[in-house]
Design a protein around this ligand. Structure first.
Ligand code: ADE
Ligand code: ZN
Length: 337
């Protein structure tokens, strides 16, 4: 790739909208927290753990991802994990980050909702005061668990309503269609929460349609399989429904065989609002700038695409309109210079 384009991708102001904070736990930090907390791991070394990151599909990743999160016990652990991600994001010139977290991964192990959200939120506050980086937190329901468990999680979350802006839906997609959570999402909508859902990652385009129709989500996380359905693609373009795309994740989880097969360029050509994100950066080979560099290296993407992706990362965010405008103006000024 041209050095100028590379520099532009790295330095352009951007937002990251699809990043699971538990997926930012690097093996070194997993081992450090395991030692600090006296948690036994089934891997003997950082290298051995990294070696296990040879995924064949979403489930093979999730099994290791949930095992990694088992070292998180104390508020400070959640703080340290979040702080480490924010430092990496800052180096990639991420100006605004909307983070997912999976409370059920922790509450199922006896770690309280307050412990998890408290540590994450404190790190977000520090990044705001120290660096002026803005952020928001989105709590995800694990779709392999029941509707009843999702409702119980929502109850636990309500005392912390001021610390998160919305809800999402993640974990094993196939066999757990959006309609399973229609009533939970309806309740969240009544509460004024912003709504997103993973759909069309491994699951069929139909899951994207039902996420829109039955959950009434505002963004689709992944959504790359939409191109299999022409009518759905037209609808997503017409309604400007953002897709938070995670290229390196899709390659590692075998949604596409290799980076050059990724449909990012085709999504853009279809007129869709797309953003580039890291999903679970510690597991998929890189942070947001790594995702940009890889896609621009293997696909015929150029400066105009970079400008559009940077702009849309803010336009698709849940920032207040005035903040969005300010950051999009910064993007425009960056590309004008
Ligand atoms: N949880 C963390 N990463 C995920 C992904 N890519 N898909 C579904 N659930 C997830
Ligand atoms: Zn995800």
């Amino acid at each position: 790739m041209d050095a100028g384009l590379r520099h532009m991708l790295e330095r352009m102001p951007k937002a990251e909208l699809h990043m699971h904070i538990e997926g930012s736990l690097e093996p070194e930090l997993i081992f450090a927290l395991a030692a600090r907390n006296g948690v036994a791991l089934k891997y003997r070394s950082v290298d051995e753990l990294r070696h296990a990151y040879a995924f064949t599909d979403l489930q093979s990743f999730l099994d290791i991802y949930y095992a990694g999160a088992s070292v998180l016990l104390k508020e400070q652990d959640f703080y340290d994990m979040t702080r480490a991600y924010l430092e990496r994001a800052r180096a990639d010139n991420v100006r605004h980050a909307e983070l997912f977290f999976d409370p059920q991964t922790h509450t199922e192990r006896g770690v309280s909702f307050g412990t998890a959200i408290g540590g994450i939120h404190r790190a977000l506050q520090d990044a705001r005061t120290e660096w002026g980086m803005s952020s928001a937190l989105i709590m995800c329901f694990l779709r392999h668990l029941s509707e009843e468990e999702a409702f119980a999680t929502l109850e636990q979350a309500l005392p912390y309503r001021d610390k998160f802006i919305g809800v999402g839906l993640d974990s094993s997609e196939r066999g757990h269609p959006p309609e399973k959570f229609a009533r939970v999402f309806a309740r969240c909508r009544e509460l004024g929460l912003r709504l997103v859902a993973h759909a069309g990652e491994e699951g069929p385009p139909e899951y994207i349609r039902t996420a829109l129709d039955l959950l009434q989500v505002e963004r689709i996380d992944h959504g790359v399989r939409c191109l299999e359905d022409a009518e759905l693609t037209l609808r997503l373009a017409r309604d400007k429904v953002p897709l938070t795309v995670c290229p390196l994740s899709n390659v590692r989880l075998r949604v596409f065989d290799k980076a050059a097969d990724h449909n990012l360029m085709r999504l853009l050509e279809a007129g869709l609002t797309v953003t580039v994100n890291s999903d679970d950066p510690a597991y998929f080979g890189g942070y947001v700038n790594d995702n940009f560099r890889e896609m621009f290296a293997v696909l015929p993407l150029g400066r105009t695409h970079a400008h559009q992706l940077a702009r849309d990362s803010f336009s698709a965010s849940f920032l207040p309109p005035a903040e969005k405008q300010k950051l999009m103006a910064e993007v425009d000024a960056f590309f004008a210079s």
